[in-house]
Design a protein around this ligand. Structure first.
Ligand SMILES: C[C@H](O)[C@H](O)[C@H]1CNC2=NC(N)=NC(=O)C2=N1
Length: 85
């Protein structure tokens, strides 16, 4: 099920993650990158030091939230559990 801390607005799902430091944030991003590539569905994201902000939308569907976004969000949540403090 969708983690309620993903905010849905403006046809995007957004979640902010705060890790211990940059290296942990980047390990998380590396793992998400591999899953995104597997899924053929990719995050819009930003990283500053220990903070990663991810927004998910489907540009192939006119920038709307689709099942592909919800599925990737769930996978990201599972990955994040390993890296969050
Ligand atoms: C051809 C390729 O599979 C598509 O462009 C995929 C790639 N990754 C994607 N990622 C996201 N977030 N939305 C898409 O519509 C999308 N389309």
């Amino acid at each position: 099920m969708m983690d309620p801390i993903w905010q849905e607005s403006n046809d995007q799902l957004t979640r902010t993650f705060l890790f211990k430091d940059f290296l942990v944030a980047f390990e998380f991003m590396k793992e998400v990158a591999l899953v995104a590539e597997q899924q053929g569905h990719h995050p819009n994201w930003s990283n500053v030091y220990n903070k990663v902000i991810i927004t998910l939308t489907t540009h192939d569907a006119g920038n709307t939230v689709t099942e592909k976004d919800r599925s990737l969000a769930s996978k990201i949540d599972i990955i994040a559990q390993k890296y969050l403090p």
